[in-house]
Design a protein around this ligand. Structure first.
Ligand code: MN
Length: 470
């Protein structure tokens, strides 16, 4: 089977799924199981063979109980590159919904002579999986009558030392224990050095910045960045192939079980009630491991694990949306003056894209709602003071060339880019902490990028935002 059907079903300008471009086959053949929250939750089981991923959709997911035969519907071959895919397929696209990696590893067919392709043709495949969850022997058998385009198969665990009866509390593979607001730190040994793979891969074609440059940048800024990530759930913005049309670009909340045990995770319930294992970046090894996975931007929450109801700072996001940057500067300076009158200390940084972020510690009574209400009242005062230059209008078309003062991000589950992170923006710009004396009409936010920050750090011995976390 070619990848024609895979390609025909998808619009790669809209879905972040990888295209059908050939990818080098692995030294040891791999398998992957992707948890797919489509209109119906199912688990996609894929085996590498003949340069593609032979694929089955398993509605109930694999079972470790040999007597628990699971339906597996054969679907179109997927490109090898799909094995690393997790993210959100947008509404209106084929398979719309969230995809995450549930298990992955290597495998070998039990009979080397008749390969996977022969096995599929014959309707019987036996193989051994070396995954984190799925281990040992499994069989896929085609059901009789199922020779049409949608073939029904059965996915069956072999009887070996990895088999487990299903009645030990194991209902569906999605059932996992949630332990909210606690960072899991298994006694796994961290590596001394995190390996960088594909250092020459171009991440920012316009600036000629490679994955190696981004990795070196994060290693350099780690001591400054880590205090802003510590003990916070983080969403990862991943671009494993760098910037470019059709390249994968996705937000990852859940830390796949295939990531090493030494990566700390915090289980937090999602809106659907299912726990999400957020990565917690408390050390350089975790930071660099995630960078090597193609994470360009870390998006931590405004709160820390252990105090889930309360943000510890408040953000005023000044978003120019096309207006002159000097107007953003005017708004930021005025906002600072306003808060100074109230005795509130403010910190400022570039967003790394087009705006400025003004931040202040949240030390008053109350949680998110109180923090957001306070921020809104301050924003209203700012708009009153600068009605021609600022607005609280969410709709871009109605902003009338004014800077949008965004305070709605001060809400649970929302995140904010911390200082020093790289943005997925041409020029490899970063979110740069500023001294207020730098916030003048001459300020050019594009000056702060992966290439220029090292020199700035050398000159600026002290982080100008350090008081935010004090
Ligand atoms: Mn699927």
């Amino acid at each position: 089977m070619s990848l024609a059907e895979y390609e025909r079903k998808r619009d790669f300008r809209r879905t972040p799924e990888p295209g059908a471009a050939p990818v080098k086959k692995h030294k040891k053949a791999i398998f992957v199981v992707q948890e797919h929250h489509a209109s119906r939750l199912h688990y996609d089981f894929r085996l590498e063979a003949d340069g593609v991923l032979k694929s089955w959709a398993v509605p109930k997911g694999p079972s470790l109980d040999p007597s628990d035969k699971r339906l597996a519907v054969r679907v179109e071959d997927h490109p090898l590159g799909y094995a690393g895919f997790s993210g959100d397929i947008p509404e209106g696209q084929y398979g719309a919904g969230h995809v995450e990696i549930w298990d992955e590893g290597t495998y070998e067919p039990d009979s080397a002579e008749s390969g996977v392709t022969d096995g599929i043709a014959a309707g019987r495949l036996e193989f051994t999986l070396h995954g984190k969850r799925l281990k040992g022997r499994f069989t896929l058998v085609r059901m009789r009558g199922g020779k049409g385009r949608k073939e029904d198969w059965l996915f069956i665990k072999g009887r070996d030392e990895f088999a487990r009866p299903a009645d030990v509390g194991e209902k569906s593979p999605a059932t996992e224990k949630a332990s909210p607001s606690r960072v899991k730190t298994p006694a796994a040994v961290k590596p001394k050095e995190v390996t960088l793979t594909h250092p020459g891969k171009v991440f920012f074609p316009d600036a000629g910045v490679t994955k190696g440059d981004v990795f070196a940048y994060y290693r350099r800024v780690a001591p400054r960045l880590l205090p802003y990530l510590r003990d916070r759930p983080v969403t990862l913005e991943r671009l494993p192939e760098g910037l470019g049309d059709g390249k994968p670009h996705f937000w990852q909340k859940h830390t796949p079980p295939s990531y090493p045990d030494w990566i700390p995770r915090a289980d937090l319930p999602s809106e659907q009630g299912k726990p999400v294992a957020y990565a917690v970046v408390n050390d350089e090894e975790t930071l660099l491991y995630l960078v090597n996975q193609g994470t360009l931007t870390f998006h931590p929450w405004l709160l820390r694990i252990g105090n889930l109801d309360r943000p510890d700072f408040v953000l005023f996001d000044l978003d120019p949306g096309g207006v002159e940057f000097s107007d953003v500067v005017t708004a930021a300076v005025r906002l600072r003056a306003l808060l100074k009158e109230d005795g509130v200390e403010t910190f400022v940084k570039t967003s790394g894209q087009s705006g400025l972020h003004v931040l202040t510690p949240w030390v008053a009574e109350g949680g998110y709602d109180e923090a957001r209400n306070w921020a809104r009242s301050v924003a209203e005062r700012l708009v009153e003071a600068l009605p021609d230059k600022t607005t609280l209008e969410i709709r871009k078309a109605k902003r009338g060339g004014r800077v949008y003062v965004d305070v709605v991000q001060n809400a649970r589950g929302h995140h904010v880019v911390p200082p020093y992170v790289v943005r997925a923006t041409p020029g490899a710009t970063v979110s740069a902490p500023l001294r207020w004396t730098e916030v003048t009409p001459a300020l050019d936010p594009t000056r702060f990028n992966v290439r220029t920050m090292a020199e700035r750090l050398r000159r600026m011995r002290r982080d100008p935002m350090t008081g935010l976390l004090a």
